[in-house]
Design a protein around this ligand. Structure first.
Ligand code: ME8
Length: 645
């Protein structure tokens, strides 16, 4: 089995994960899932970078020991990924003794062969970058990334003979056009390499910094951050021994943002060359997520927390947005409104609607089984051909990390399929027994198109794709090579229409842009016969009248007690404003005593029901957040019985 190895940067633990970190990691996760879909043996690595001045200062600010600090923040990074459906295989910490031993082994080797030497250096040091900058790199005398003036520092240190490998590196980049992509970054590196390369300072005296890996040949120094951090890509493979290194290093690829281009495109390949190793295969460089035109960064504090977005939109919606909205390599602006618009337009309207309409029609018109297709018409063939062509475009774009293009080609087919429903009018075909064969072909064409769409979504929205595959009766389809052909759905097999894929989300303010309604979903004005499955119903929408029928009222809890033999139920007496009893399944989340005096929202016109022998007249509303249940409330005191609408 062909191997594939992809890494993200290892993130500094001087602050908590934000959307910028999440982006690189979602990208890597999606690509790894895609490579698995191609049948490869994939290794996906991320981790945390835990040495250096920055970390020591962050721990001082937090008033905890450095060890305690790095353990806490590293754990936050590790915990940030599963909620985004990100599943790395390895998580490297630079404070792991195993990593530190690999770094020391490499330092000794490179020192022994004469590529590390001791010397004095005076230079302009940027604390933010933790590196010396050349005059040329400054903008108005300041570091362009941190907007601060670097400090002139003079000290004795160890240096890596990077200049020795400059010609080799230029030659390597020229001979391997894919080594650094997109091309703009390759050009940037080649242009930087036009000037003579200076040797790289790789140490800090322990008088200035102790939180680092001691140089094995001089314990008055620790190694400076890049010689430590970059080696994670090898230590995670148990370099130099073991099978992993032999298997995965020859196929290594890295994902980074442009802020760390120089260390990855210049320091790292020359370090590898000095070690006698082959360089990585490809470096994929992306741009920045900006907030109001400025880079989202922990030092500026203008960050978005991925966990909060997941709680509001769901992991798949956030993943889709990140991959669809940014052209890989360029900067993109983040706004919640844009995320909301994509959720409602691309996911709820286009994809969700296509899926629910199609499956509901199979349920209603074909008894929930895959129908037998017959001779396809030109229209049927067109959709099938477009769906197959989509797979080709999708693969080509994903191979080049052009996620937005790959997704645009999938959504083009989604839009075509929605139009196909409108023009083939299955609800009319079902009325005419002579059209049964044609109806079967239309429904089969829709189901096959959906199956191919599902295949492309596995890497992007894993949970959604799993739900779709389950409903289509193909839960095990996990190979693009085997399954990316037309006609694999077997007539007669059961289809199980499930729940709505993406609930529609509400805009918070009127000023926010409305999601664009996909053209494909606009039913033609000439369509006189109403569809038996109107779009709104298929989306799980209800009419205002239906909502009005629901009597929501504010109620005050005046008494609460446990119900014998039930560890789940509490008997509540509420005033709304008349007194009534409601049985609520909240005993595992609230003690009776903490409830009295609270105002909650109830459904007041629910049919009475008996629970464990107690008659319940209504239902208390609560939010379910994973395993947690949190009672509804009003933001200020109101009269008991007030209507909520
Ligand atoms: O540089 N937009 O760690 P770091 C997009 N430890 N991506 C962003 C971003 C933004 N606004 N902000 C951060 C380090 N990133 C070193 C790396 S690797 C051997 C050592 C992402 O915590 C992006 O991947 O500052 C960027 O390259 C990385 O976080 C920098 O993370």
């Amino acid at each position: 089995m062909t191997a594939y190895y992809l890494t993200t940067p290892i993130f500094y633990v001087n602050a908590q994960p934000h959307l910028g970190h999440a982006y690189s990691t979602v990208v890597a996760d999606a690509v790894c899932r895609y490579q698995r879909l191609l049948g490869k043996d994939v290794r996906f690595q991320t981790g945390t970078d835990e040495h250096g001045d920055k970390i020591v200062h962050a721990a001082e600010d937090a008033e905890v020991s450095v060890k305690e600090y790095v353990d806490t923040i590293s754990a936050l990074f590790r915990a940030a990924w599963p909620p985004l459906a990100i599943a790395p295989d390895t998580f490297v910490r630079t404070t792991d003794p195993a990593h530190m031993a690999v770094v020391q082994g490499i330092l000794q080797q490179v020192y022994d062969q004469g590529d590390i030497y001791f010397s004095e250096y005076t230079g302009l040091y940027c604390k933010g970058c933790e590196q010396f900058l050349t005059e040329k790199e400054l903008v108005d005398g300041k570091c362009p990334d941190h907007l601060t003036e670097p400090t002139k520092i003079s000290e004795q240190n160890y240096f890596f003979r990077m200049s020795k490998y400059q010609e080799w590196l230029i030659d390597h980049i020229n001979k391997h056009p894919e080594f650094i992509t997109p091309e703009r970054y390759r050009n940037e590196v080649l242009s930087f390499l036009k000037e003579p390369l200076e040797d790289l300072c790789i140490s800090r005296p322990t008088t200035r910094l102790t939180w680092g890996i001691p140089l094995p040949f001089d314990n008055r120094f620790v190694t400076y951050v890049w010689f430590d951090a970059l080696i994670n890509y090898l230590s995670g493979l148990n370099y130099p021994g073991g099978d992993d290194f032999a298997r995965y290093w020859p196929v290594a690829e890295h994902v980074i943002a442009k802020d760390i281009l120089k260390p990855h495109a210049i320091y790292w390949p020359t370090m590898l060359k000095a070690m006698g190793l082959e360089p990585y295969q490809r470096l994929h460089v992306h741009g920045y997520w900006n907030m109001n035109e400025t880079k989202m960064s922990k030092s500026l504090g203008n960050v978005v927390r991925p966990g909060e977005l997941v709680a509001e939109f769901g992991a798949d919606s956030v993943r889709y947005f990140l991959l669809r909205e940014m052209s890989f390599g360029l900067d993109a602006g983040f706004s919640k409104e844009a995320l909301m618009a994509r959720h409602n337009s691309d996911l709820t309207n286009d994809l969700g609607n296509l899926f629910s309409r199609s499956l509901t029609m199979v349920k209603n018109f074909a008894a929930s089984v895959v129908p037998q297709p017959s001779m396809p018409s030109a229209q049927d063939r067109e959709l099938a051909e477009a769906a197959l062509a989509m797979l080709g475009h999708y693969r080509e774009h994903l191979d080049n990390f052009a996620f937005h293009r790959a997704l645009a080609s999938v959504w083009e087919v989604i839009s075509r399929a929605n139009k196909y429903i409108v023009s083939t009018q299955p609800w009319e075909l079902v009325k005419d027994p002579q059209q049964t064969a044609q109806l079967g072909t239309v429904l089969y064409t829709l189901l096959e198109t959906l199956r191919l769409i599902t295949l492309t979504l596995h890497p992007i929205m894993p949970e959604t794709a799993a739900k779709m595959a389950e409903a289509l009766g193909v839960p095990g389809e996990t190979s693009l090579n085997d399954c990316g052909v037309w006609g694999r759905l077997v007539p007669g097999r059961a289809i199980t229409p499930g729940a709505q894929l993406f609930p529609r989300l509400q805009q918070e303010t009127k000023d926010q842009p409305q999601p664009q309604k996909s053209k494909a979903m606009k039913e033609p004005a000439s369509e006189k016969t109403p569809s038996p499955e109107p779009a709104a119903e298929a989306e799980g929408l209800i009419s205002f009248d239906a909502f009005q029928n629901l009597e929501l009222r504010v109620a005050e809890i005046v008494a609460a007690e446990k119900i014998a033999k039930s560890d789940r139920l509490l008997k509540l007496t509420v005033k709304a404003p008349e007194e009534r009893t409601i049985v609520a399944g909240i005993a595992q989340h609230y003690q009776p005593e903490e409830l009295v005096g609270r105002q909650v929202i109830i459904v007041a016109n629910l049919k009475p029901a008996k629970l464990m022998g107690v008659a319940s007249h209504g239902m208390v509303l609560a939010a379910k957040d994973g395993d947690r249940l949190v009672l509804s409330a009003v933001s200020g005191p109101v009269a008991n019985g007030s209507r909520v609408a």
